[in-house]
Unconditional design. Sequence first.
Lengths: 670, 423
Amino acid sequence: MQQFIKLSAWLFSPLLLIFAVPLSETPVPPLPKTHYNFPYKSAGLTREEAAAHLLSRFTFGARPGDVERVAEMGLENWFQQQLEGQLPDDSLELSLQGYDALKMSNEQIVATFPKGGQILRMAVRDGLISKDSVQGADKKDYRAMLAPYLQQKGYKPEAELFRQLINQKILRAALSNNQLKELLTDFWFNHFNVSLTKNDCAQFVLAYERDAIRPHVTGLFETLLLATAHSPAMLTYLDNFSSSGPVAQNEKPAQAGLRQRMMKEMMARAADTSRQAMQQAEKIQKARKAQGLNENYAREIMELHTLGVDGGYTQSDVTQAARVLTGWTIYPIGDYGVAQTMRPVVQRLGEDRLTRQGFVHEGDFLFAANRHDREEKTILGNQFPAGGGYEEGVQLLHILAHHPSTARFICTKLAMRFCSDNPSPALISKMEKTFGEKDGNIGQVLITMACAPEFWSNTALRQKTKSPFELAISSVRALNAKITMPYQLFNWINKMGQKIYYYQAPTGFPDRGQYWINTGSLLNRMNFGLALSSQRIPGISFSLLALNQGHEPESAESALLTYSKLLMPGRDLQETVHRLTPLLNDPELNKKINAAAEQKSMAAPPVNNREGSADSMMEEENKKPKERPSQKGGGKNNFTTMQMQVAPGNNSMLAQVVGIVIGSPEFQRK
Amino acid sequence: MRSRRGFIKSGALALFATGIGGVPTFIARAAQSSKILQPYKKNKIMVCIFQRGAMDGLMAVTPFTDEYLKQARPTLFLSPASGAAKPLIDLDSRFGLHPSMRSFEPLFREKRLAIVHGVGSPNSTRSHFDAQDYMESGTPFNKGTSSGWLNRAVGLLGHEAATPFQAVSISSSLPRSFYGNNPTLAISSLQDFSIQLRGNPLSANMAARSFEELYDQTTDALLNKTGKESFDAVKMLQKTDTRNYQPANGAEYPKTALGNSLRQVAQLIKMDVGLEIAFTESGGWDTHFNQGAENGTFARNVEDLSNSITAFWTDIGAYQDEVDVMTMTEFGRTVRQNGTGGTDHGRGSCMFILGNDVNGGLVHGNMPALAQENLEDGRDVPVTTDFRTVFCEVADRHLNIHNDPVLFPEWKGKAIGVMAANT
């Protein structure tokens, strides 16, 4: 039985397509020309050591052979290629094929993945269930009751949207050839953090990362800032969508008339007897009431996104910036929740009149002129005369993006992420200079950093601690693992202290070793190494023997030597190897471990997902594959894959040694 | 410090002689030396709960006679009038407890629960990040302070830690309050606290031994130190069945993050593992939008807070004389409700302190009438009590920490009588 379950999981796994379909060959762009040199030789590093350092900082971890490849093609060439981020990613694209949400607009996402409350309301409206029956039922029954309804309507639960979001991040980080792009996407997302913990913002997070962050990660900082400011995710996360100036004060007589007409329309809707329409009207009325200044976004844009907390702004600057940003809201999406607040206005006016009245509509963004505070403002010494509109906000973002405090704040943060937890002032000032001269071009700032001696010095080498996400991804990359259930990795990453996409505060995760490393999380890192290497994380498989060209090490000691080198290329491994060798030299060791492992495999099924069982979404992952289109076909291959998993050479001694290497202090460093 | 390391180290060697999962060696050794185990029972324990996001103190404990407040909060104001569906709980004819906190009422009436209103930081920042950072470092004008106030408190307890569980944070990562050179511990779940290879204890033992060796020798200071602390803690926890814990005295913890955290603190207390300072967190207090009044987001949050604390208090039963619980939040929220049914970042908020040595049954502090001219920056509850005043008094009277300048550098303040007079 157990075998069958395992079998079907493999059978439907999307990754099998990779083996079934020959990869189409997307041409690789020619090597770029570079005009800079990395000063690693003067830091006393060999080309390979330098390549290893470069890879450890600008990828999610080196795959087998990467160090040699980068050393051969030239470190600068590789870096430039990564900055351009145009390498073909066929196998990644293939592994993402089953994820239908990834190409959807916010409008489509909202229509496909309705929120729980909305589903319930619709089911009640359609007479499928009565409201009373729902209240008594427990969650499981409730889900079972709604499942056929969802299927019939083509709806999917919101949790499935989140699962796709999380899985795609893991797959991109593990598989993309454009590693720097993914790394920077992670960095800037964290810098401009939004969170799935906030209900109103959760549905928009996927498009936020895809449209507001990823396309701009090596470009101009100002572009990135503006894209985030326009995005429904940020507008809801920091509440600006609802912020408005005083209504009566800036309302023209024509607008007052409009407002009255809208009220009438709402009353008419309310007179509609259907329950849905009544609730709709209530919602709209509530949202209409929700007017007033909200300075949350204005504060965080200064403190966290641009100037930094010591960047020289005052409470008055915050309040006035909030006034400048009044009316920055969401173009109506769907017909439920906060994102459709502006629909009556938009429908009533139509695009032409919106434009004439000073509204601005760009994608999901709407500047609602009727909510804007038109009085005069002064921010950081800059005057914004009375009567301004949308352009005030754009001007404010321009000022913020070009402020010297912003250059310092952003460069410090980049240096902390990519160079060391305590970057030297000299390095930061070089980067700041580039930031200023190149109009805040992020790629140029990174080049300056990588060309600085500080980046190659002993204060940087191996001095960063991998985040839990980086640890997990670097492990699967180093092992060349196949990932058929990315969500399993997410469960571990969460356990190790980094619940990606769920960090609640706008600060994002603190990016310092001291934050990541504590007693509990450190033990989980070690346990992760052991669970991964013994292939106890379902949906993550690899062949340790294949890593070593099919050679089985003769002893634990030689396994340690060989696999330490394979997993940590370009590192001085003396410490790790020296410490472990005596422990591994116990002549009985191999026998003992194998005996224990055999006993265990007789007593209990080998793949037992206890780690993930607490997470209801995990159950989704195990069931889901049947529904995904990409999992059709490919069935023939699954036997080979399964056999690979239990093939000789993945013996427990070797697995154990590899687990210890992954959990070792050296592997936590980058 | 040195002696503790030596002790643990020899304990570790003995442990590996028997194998993980065998005799809890640390305890065996401790029993042999007999002087270690007993004194724990006399230890005082301080449990701190950080409410992240800034709790609206005016809604938790409302000065309901204040007409200005009533006007400033047309939809958020609650009253103790008996006509209301869920009236405030009238504490003293001036302040009313939010109806969802009714489990606090008996503790207040028994004078075990004290409230301090108008507490906050002298630094007027209204940023969560900063204000939390300042409150946890305990130095409101210095970002560069590397240690947290609770870590310094550990150093001032006046005796060496006999166990790694002297200061424990129930969280997946180390809170700012715990940063510093004294050993502290962060655990998200007691159950996961071991090296695990399911069904294969021998391999787990071998792996544990290898890891310990490697972390003991690494040149990375952070990994080295944390590694040592991790293995010390693993050995301690092996002695009890943390998985099947049954709370005492019929205590029922809410099934929430905070309820679960406090439940684990109670377990540690009852295990007598030498706990003296515990830290937990509670989230969701940043109510800019649709805060709700008698029902809604805020009501659910305070219900969780009060029920979790009350369950904890019931559960620890016989240990009540040893334990104090103190809540804290980075700042309060605007007196006036905002345009989106919520409140924005403000200044003063309130704290709850629970314990048998607390001067309870009172709302301490100084809350003026909330007329605009009395408000800080014309908008917020003025901070009339420095948070350090309260932290310091509780630490002084409950944990016997007297060295204020080390606990809170460059600060001098006088106790306001939150703790009961010496008996």
